[in-house]
Design a binder for this molecule. Structure first.
Ligand SMILES: Cc1cc2nc3c(=O)[nH]c(=O)nc-3n(C[C@H](O)[C@H](O)[C@H](O)COP(=O)(O)O)c2cc1C
Length: 465
């Protein structure tokens, strides 16, 4: 197993203050795009707060039989393998030197890879903070082989929303840029060759503590990237998929609008959504993936499901997010007032169309690679991505965007479930073709890209605060 932590060694490491202020705004308000506020008065506290609620370690697990303890983070990750790294560029933050940094979650610190004003022509100079999310595919591939590339993309989608929502909770706007020249960003950030830039996220807003800009020459430290494992197996299909979805410098000029998503109607209207007053800070740090769910009789309310679906279909702020590419299918097992069955969500009208009736627990678990949690949940999901439409708009890069969107939706599902006192689990392991057959999804309609389950979690004895 490769080291789950990347360090750039031999560079100055800056402390991020411990115990940053808790974002008190209710999670559901943040998920409804209402901006919170922050008392962070300087750059270090602001960055500390942002990262503490977006990417830091938030719990640990201990395997009773061996005593082995491992860290869990605010952002979820397939197999807890964490292929996503957070780099950030700062410009004009109060009491914080301009430069390029890499976040070190193991110590909640920032590795200063370059100091001073950096000329990055892919970065908008009006943003005081710009994040560059990268993926280290090998971290996933040693376990999941070729399928790992998809998980890396989902993980980026989760990390994007973990960051965008933490930013919103402290009063900032964020905008994600997926269309950039991969090689140019990798070179200008001096990334180790095993790290691939995936998404750029610009943060702006009045709550960011800024000072006057001063022009300083750039000083590069770079740093030596730690070796994650002694051996590394090459997966040509992963490299091939990544190369096929790259944007070259020449093609980097514009981004086209996608055709609108198809619309339809259902016979079941979503009720008024439930809500909760739990703070964003508490929900983000308490979020966990359920190992399994309590089966039996306990159900969730339709109003809770409606709240979760409202969160899942909120718009995203990104250059590729003009129209959604994902459509949700639900396997309703135990939702008060909704008959068991499979439903397709028509989000524009907030309606559910029933496409199968009857108990779906065995099918949902079976399709999810035989994982019981998809049957023991109150509701499970298949996310169907319109990859062809994405590719018509964005070329092969569209393949990444569909998976980013799936991860981003999944992150909303996790937080909405947690805020409502339920639990959730992202499910990347499923039988693709069988899902298409079962749901009667023709190739031109899309492909399954992600599964999810929500219900009452079984307690996990390994979990430590
Ligand atoms: C893209 C993705 C795919 C996942 N697939 C599965 C899965 O198939 N089965 C499962 O039990 N958990 C799955 N998980 C949950 C992870 O195992 C979990 O996020 C990880 O162990 C870290 O735990 P945490 O979410 O509590 O931080 C997935 C998570 C993500 C983000």
């Amino acid at each position: 197993m490769p080291d789950p932590f990347r360090h750039y060694e031999g560079v100055p490491v800056l402390d991020l203050p411990a115990d940053p202020p808790i974002p008190e705004t209710p999670a559901f308000e943040v998920l409804r795009d209402l901006a919170g506020t922050t008392p962070a008065a300087d750059g270090p506290t602001f960055l500390s707060q942002l990262l503490f609620y977006a990417a830091a370690i938030s719990a640990s697990k201990r395997v009773p039989s061996t005593g082995y303890r491992y860290a869990l983070r605010v952002n979820p990750s397939s197999g807890n393998l964490h292929p996503t790294e957070f780099h950030f560029l700062t410009r004009g933050l109060k009491e914080w030197p301009d430069g390029l940094y890499h976040y070190r979650p193991s110590a909640h610190m920032a590795e200063q890879r370059a100091l001073g004003g950096l000329e990055m022509n892919w970065a908008d100079s009006s943003a005081p903070v710009t994040f560059i999310l990268t993926s280290i595919a090998w971290r996933e591939a040693w376990k999941y082989r070729e399928r790992a590339y998809r998980y890396c993309l989902h993980d980026v989608g989760h990390a994007w929303q973990a960051l965008a929502l933490a930013a919103r909770a402290v009063g900032c706007d964020s905008f994600a840029v997926g269309h950039f020249s991969d090689d140019e960003v990798a070179q200008s950030c001096h990334l180790h060759e095993d790290e691939w830039p995936m998404l750029i996220i610009e943060l702006r807003g009045r709550t960011i503590p800024v000072r006057e800009l001063c022009a300083t020459a750039a000083l590069w430290y770079g740093g030596r990237a730690n070796q994650l494992s002694r051996e590394r197996v090459v997966y040509p299909q992963i490299d091939g998929m990544h190369d096929a979805t790259k944007v070259s410098k020449r093609a980097c000029l514009g981004i086209s609008a996608a055709e609108p998503a198809s619309t339809g109607r259902g016979e079941v209207k979503l009720p008024r959504p439930a809500s909760s007053w739990r703070s964003y800070g508490e929900v983000a740090r308490m979020r966990r993936s359920a190992l399994d769910f309590l089966g039996g009789m306990q159900s969730m309310s339709f109003a809770q499901l409606s709240a979760i679906l409202t969160v899942a279909t909120r718009p995203f702020s990104a250059d590729f997010a003009g129209t959604p590419f994902i459509q949700l299918y639900l396997y309703a097992h135990r939702v008060d007032g909704l008959k068991p069955g499979v439903y397709r969500l028509w989000q524009e009208r907030a309606e559910l169309e029933q496409i199968k009736s009857g108990d779906q627990r065995v099918q949902a678990a079976g399709l999810s690679l035989g994982q019981d949690l998809a049957g023991n949940a109150c509701v499970a999901f298949s996310m169907i991505g319109d990859i062809e439409r994405a590719v018509r708009a964005h070329g092969d890069r569209g393949y990444r965007y569909v998976h980013f969107e799936a991860g981003a939706i999944g992150h909303g599902l996790y937080l909405a479930a947690e805020a409502l006192g339920l639990g959730a689990t992202g499910i990347g392991a499923f039988y693709d073709d069988e899902v298409h057959d079962y749901l009667n999804v023709a190739p031109e309609q899309g492909q399954v890209v992600y599964h999810f389950a929500i219900g009452y979690p079984v307690p996990d004895p390994r979990l430590e605060a």
